[in-house]
Design a protein around this ligand. Structure first.
Ligand SMILES: [Zn+2]
Length: 242
């Protein structure tokens, strides 16, 4: 018997050839952008191949992931839930926008991201013997199955970079000393604050995704170190390959 890493139940067989990130989102970035995989050790550019895994989880959990993926397609690709956009200037200089989505998207967004983080964590564990989540794996596994996803535990924030089209597999990050795990899906960078205290930095407090509001900061990546970092790492990698 094999044990499912998500629901912990035992089965004769587990699913094979399962995707970490939904196929429909990967196809979109393959055509229009870059598909990158930032692992704790290095950054891989994957324009041709997706990350797939055998025997990670059972068919029932795969069915739950398919529901998440269907929702993510509507949210990210079809932009079905946007209810408004506005911009505001901070210190009369930097123009920031807010994209607002229907509040009902809060819980499924969190379930989608938690599911992707769990999938990638299992992939890293099996394929590279890397531990992405440490003691938080078990807590996130439980959170995934909580029907009413708690707003308070593991706060979620999303930033939209209008000039990015990437696929970034979940990786660890630090924001002002607080541990987080983030993934990039098209233009959206989704950040789950994964730390013992369940805290997020001050500037994210007004921009948390909850069951009551889905407000996303819209900006360009020019000011952020992320784009520079990604471009630098892709360039470094290309240099090594040649
Ligand atoms: Zn399962």
């Amino acid at each position: 018997m094999l044990k499912c890493n998500i629901c912990n139940n035992s089965f004769e067989t587990l699913k094979s050839n399962t995707h970490i990130i939904p196929r429909c989102l990967i196809v979109e970035t393959k055509e229009n952008g870059k598909n990158v995989y930032i692992s704790p050790r290095k950054l891989h550019e994957r324009n041709q191949t997706d990350l797939v895994l055998d025997n990670g989880w059972c068919e029932f959990c795969e069915k739950l992931f398919s529901e998440d993926d269907a929702f993510a397609k509507l949210f990210i690709k079809d932009k079905k839930y946007i209810i408004g956009q506005r911009t505001s200037k901070i210190k009369n200089e930097i123009e920031l926008g807010i994209e607002e989505h229907e509040a009902t998207c809060g819980p499924p967004l969190k379930r989608f991201l938690v599911g992707i983080i769990l999938r990638h964590s299992i992939f890293l564990m099996i394929k590279e013997s890397l531990d992405l989540l440490g003691p938080h794996f078990e807590a996130l596994r439980e959170l995934y199955f909580t029907s009413k996803t708690s707003d308070a535990s593991y706060p979620l924030s999303i930033i939209k970079y209008t000039d990015l089209r990437l696929m970034g597999y979940p990786t660890r990050e630090k924001y002002q000393g607080l541990n987080a795990v983030s993934g990039i899906f098209g233009s959206y960078k989704m950040i789950l604050f994964v730390n013992k205290q369940h805290l997020c930095p001050k500037e994210f407090e007004q921009l948390l995704i909850t069951s009551k509001q889905v407000r996303i900061l819209v900006t360009t990546s020019n000011d952020s170190n992320m784009k520079k970092e990604i471009i630098k790492r892709i360039t470094d990698l290309k240099g090594k390959e040649e």
